[in-house]
Design a protein around this ligand. Sequence first.
Ligand SMILES: Cc1cc2nc3c(=O)[nH]c(=O)nc-3n(C[C@H](O)[C@H](O)[C@H](O)COP(=O)(O)OP(=O)(O)OC[C@H]3O[C@@H](n4cnc5c(N)ncnc54)[C@H](O)[C@@H]3O)c2cc1C
Length: 434
Amino acid sequence: MEKPYDAVVVGAGFAGITAARDLADRGYSVVILEAASRIGGRTYARPFAGREDLRAELGGSWVNRDLQPGVRREIARYGIALTEDPEPGGAVFLTDGTLRSFPVPARELPDLERLICHLRDASKRIAPSQRLSSQPIRDLDVSADEFIAPLELGPATRDLLYATIGWYSGADPREVSMLGFIAQTAGFGHSPYGFFGALTERFVGGAGTLLDRMVEQSRLEVRLGHHVARIERSEDAVTVRTRDGQSVEARSCVVAVPTNVLRHIDFNPALSADKQKLLAVNHQGRAYKPSIVARNVPPRSFALGTGSLQSICHGYELADGSVLLMGFGGEGAARLDPTDRDQVEAAVREYYPEAEVLAVDAHDWNADPLFDGTYRIDRPGQAYDFLRAMNEPEDRVVFAGTDLDDSVWRIWIEGAVNSGHQAADGVSVVLGRG
Ligand SMILES: Cc1cc2nc3c(=O)[nH]c(=O)nc-3n(C[C@H](O)[C@H](O)[C@H](O)COP(=O)(O)OP(=O)(O)OC[C@H]3O[C@@H](n4cnc5c(N)ncnc54)[C@H](O)[C@@H]3O)c2cc1C
C-alpha cells in the first residue's frame, strides 16, 4: 500500500487544480484524481470540428483582470498571454416579438431606467469582498418575476431582462433565483449590464494554458481516467475509491466536482442531511454555447433577445471574410441541438435574417455525465441555503468548485479559483490538527 498523501483532490478543473497547487506550495503531498482523459473540466478548447484551422472554446473563456483578482494573480504568476476581443460596433435586440436596433421602444425607456436602478440598488446591498452567505440578502433569493413585480414593466423591457437572465443562466428566467445575478452585478462594479462590456479578455490558446502551467510548475500528480465512486472517512484518514477498484488514502480530501454530479459519489459516513437534500435535485443551469462560423452578419455585431439563442457575441473576423460568433442559449428557453448546422442557422437568422452558417461546434455539457449541466443556477429560495450548507466541511473532507463558491464570482472561472483557495485553507486547518 502506498504511503498516505496529505491531501487527495477529486476533480481537475480550476478549483481542484488551484487547491492542489496551493497545498503543494505549502509543502503538502497531493494527488489529483480526474475522471476524464483531460484536465480543465468546464474550460475546454480544441480544434473546431470540421475547421481544424480554428480553435473552438467550448466552455469558460472570458475573464477580466481588473475586476477578478484571483484570475489576475494567476495570470501574472505564470506569465499567461491574453487576447482582447474587439468592441461590438452595433447591436440588434429581439424584444416583445420585434427585431430592433434599440433595446426597447422609446415609450418604455422609463421602464428600462426603473429596471436598471432597481437592479443596481439591490446589488449595492452586496459587498463584493465579503462572503455572500454572511450578508443579510436572503430576500434577494427570489424569482425574476417576484423581483420585478413592483416595477410594472412593459413587455419589451421585461423581455430584455428575461433575455439577459437566460444568457447568464441557460435556464427559464422565471425559474431562476435572482440572488446570483444580483451578486454578479455587484462584482461588475454594481453595474446591471456591466458584463456586456467587461468580458473582453480571453486566454491565447484557451484557459487550459494556465492550468497546464500550474500543473507543470508545481509538478502536480494528476491521475486521469480515475472516476471517483466512493469516499470513506475515518478518524484519521480518507480513502477515495474509483469505479474500477483503485483506491488512494490521504489525511484529507478536497471534492471539486460539479455539484450536479456530487450525489453520484457514495460518501461513508453519509453527507449531512442538509447537503443530501440540496444535492438531490439538479440545478437549473442547462446552457449551450455553439461556436459558429457565419457569413452575411453585420460587422462586430452583438445580439440579445428572447430568440432560440438569447445572445450572439462576435468573436473575430476570419481571413475569408466570414466571422466567428459565440451563441448562448439554454434548454430553459428552447430545445436546440448546438451541433446541428441547420438548427443553429435558423436560430442565428432570428437576429440576422441574411446570415449563412458555414460550420458549428459545441460540447453538450448537459448530456455529459461528468457535468450534467453547465454551471450552478439555483431555483428561487435555494441559492442562499446552498452556499451555507455546501461550504461546511465534513470533518476531513472539504468541498470546492465554482458552483458553491461563496463570492460574487460564483459560476465564473474566478469563482472556481477563489473556491480552490478556500478549500486549501480548509484542508490546511485539518492537516494542522495532525
Ligand atoms: C458553456 C460555458 C461557458 C462558460 N463561460 C465562461 C466564461 O466566459 N468566463 C468564465 O469565467 N466562466 C465561464 N464558464 C464557467 C467556468 O468554465 C467554470 O466556472 C469553471 O471552469 C468551473 O471550474 P470548477 O473547477 O469549479 O469545475 P470543473 O471545471 O467542472 O471541474 C470539475 C472536474 O471534476 C471532474 N469530475 C466529475 N465527476 C468526477 C468524479 N466522480 N471523479 C473524478 N472527477 C470527476 C470533471 O471531469 C471536471 O474535470 C462557462 C462554463 C460553461 C459550461
